[in-house]
Structure formats: structure tokens, C-alpha cells
Design a protein around this ligand. Sequence first.
Ligand SMILES: [Fe+2]
Length: 234
Amino acid sequence: MLFKQFFEPETSTFTYLMACEKTKQAVLIDTVESEVPVYLQELDSQGLKLVYTLETHVHADHVTGADALRQKLGSKSVVHRDAGAMCGDLLVTDGVHIIVGTLDLEVRYTPGHTNGCISFFVGDRIFTGDSLLIGGCGRTDFQSGDSGQLYDSIHSKIFSLPDEVIVYPGHDYNGNTQSTVGEERKNNKRLGGGRSREDFIKILSELKLAYPKFIDVALPANQACGRVIPGQAA
Ligand SMILES: [Fe+2]
């Protein structure tokens, strides 16, 4: 399997490229519109064919490159059926396997940060979007977020995996690039060490977070897969 992690510094967003070495078919997870030229160059230099752009959720902090890539390369956008993005070519739910050459990506429904969040489990690694971050988790105070639901999602769909499974999150603000299920189960500041559901809900309710900078532009644009909507300032 070919694998590459990209980092967009303005919003500290990770994008992931995975490709089947045999068929040269590729997927990108959580693209950022401003970085599309970087992805195009990488795909071209490795001779890869982009089949899908996968969204872990509808992002509030950056605009997806899904539509730009769809226009240029004919890739299909994949999003959870409850994400509120009916522009997706493939609306998926828990348990769906996305097969691309020898790649097998299992969709795990992990709501709580938003009601349309999914993680992608691929053998030795899981892409957790904003559900589970390194040492933390996504906020739950907008986009139908629910702290109790997030706790349950992380425990049943991520912490249930073996310790050594690698965790690749949607963002990191502290210079980390990856973690493991075992590390997060033990040391995650909000969830680790067997933290109770009650405590977790309390911690999240006491976070004093600023209104997200780009949400008014990013949400409507992402509900349209990154397409510029007439009348919107995207
Ligand atoms: Fe998010």
C-alpha cells in the first residue's frame, strides 16, 4: 500500500493519500481545497488514479477539495448519509467496505463531534477525523454534536480495536502526526485511563471554545462538497 500524510498549516488539517500498488488506484481522505494542486502533483508523479475522496465529516474549519478533484479527475466523493451533504456520490453508513484495488476501507460510524462522523479502518490503522484526536477529541457544541454519543462512539468503534492499531486524526495542533489505540486508551487527556462517561461529558461542557473562524463559509460549501454556491462568500 502506498501512503502519504499531508498537512495544511492554516487549519492544522491532515489529509491522507492511500493507493493500491498493483492497480495504482488511490483515495484521499479529508482534502482541503487550497491544497488540490499539491494532491494533483503527487498523484501525477506516482502515476496514480484517484477513485474516491472520502470525508470523515462535513468540516467547519476548511473547505473540502472533493468537488475540485471530481471536476478535474472524475473522482467520486464519499460521505456519511447523515452528514447533510447530498452532493456526495456515495452516501455510506456503518459497516460499508470501500474496496479500491487491494485496499479495503471499513466505514465505522462514530457520531458525536457531528451526527455524520465516520472513521475509516484499514487493517493496521484507523482514520478518526475529529472524533478522536491525539490526546483529545473533537468539540461537541455545534453541528448536532453530543458528548455522550462521542464517548460511546470512541469506546465502541475505536477503543475496541487492538492496542497497536495506528490512529491518524483529522487535525493536530501540537506537532504530532500519529498515535495508537493503546496510547489513547491509556493517556488521552479527556478519555484515557478509563475516564467515566459522566466525567467526559462534564469536561466537554466546561470547555470555553471560540466560535470557529471559518464555519460560516465552510459549512455551506462543504454541504455542497466544496462547490462554490452562488450568493455565498466561498
Ligand atoms: Fe470537525
